[in-house]
Design a protein around this ligand. Sequence first.
Ligand code: RAM
Length: 334
Amino acid sequence: MSILKKALTTTATAAALATALLASAAQAETRRIALVVKSLGNGFFEAAARGAEEAAKELGDVEIIYTGPTTTTAAGQIEVINALIAQRVDAIAISANDTDALVPALKRAMDRGITVISWDSGVAAEGRQMHLNPSSNPLIGNTIVKLAADQLPEGGDVAFLSATTTSTNQNIWIEEATKVLPNYAGINVVVTVYGDDLADKSYRETQGLLQTYPNLKAIIAPTSVGIVAAAQAVTDAGKIGEVNVTGLGLPSEMAGHVKSGASKSFAIWNPVDLGYAATYIAYELTTGKAKAEPGASIPMGRIGTVTLDENGEGAMSDPFTYDASNIDEFSSVF
Ligand code: RAM
């Protein structure tokens, strides 16, 4: 080999090596943020995942791992958390199926340097660095009762169709709703049943409600899975106009039921924004740009900032009400 050719080859090898090194350095800097949801196949969480991807694109050096169990159990989420610890992800942002059961696994994650936040449905304070509520809990509690009461000027029997018995968010919202009941004359809550965020179980629980409480006037389902199943069960029982279904749902999934009259109105915050905000916060914390401590204001990109209270919790935005007047406008958005 001529001296010149050898020199050129060496230079080329060095250049290739440098490129490879740079690429792996860039890869090492990519933050892997796991968005752990209550269960896969839920449109609400799929909308949140779209927001997470949007944040990742904006931030540039983020990879989203969208994951969760197939059903809404704490055991399923613990398995997922353990797998994420083994993969050494940078951050876990979880919507919890149980307030306390996930704490040991999430503590293990934090001990290994993984940033842990909860969003949507919280874990106990010792199991996370902070929690992002979609909206203020008292506001959500009041909103779901008001939506039912607005259609019942004479009052009447209403029932809650919740998600799981251990779901942090639904339990708090129902607790807050119960606190404001005295402000709504004649609204009588007869029972709370649990559909576990499964369409078929929620449907059967609704059928049970309709049979057991023939005077039922409204079903309040503060779950996007439950509200659709309840509206379908009311429709199939021929009870549109007799039993109003309300609570929290997605315009895309509820449009038909609003048009049929099975649901006069319902509410929700923007789930895309919620996934975006949770991802942004996880990034700020894992890069050390922000610190999760009471009083801290943490950036959420285009949403603004969230200020943490003494429990390390903050709220994203207010819920919005959907009815026949605006459902078409939003049913293609989320
Ligand atoms: C279901 C889940 C979720 C809740 C929504 C309103 O998708 O239970 O946690 O925030 O409903």
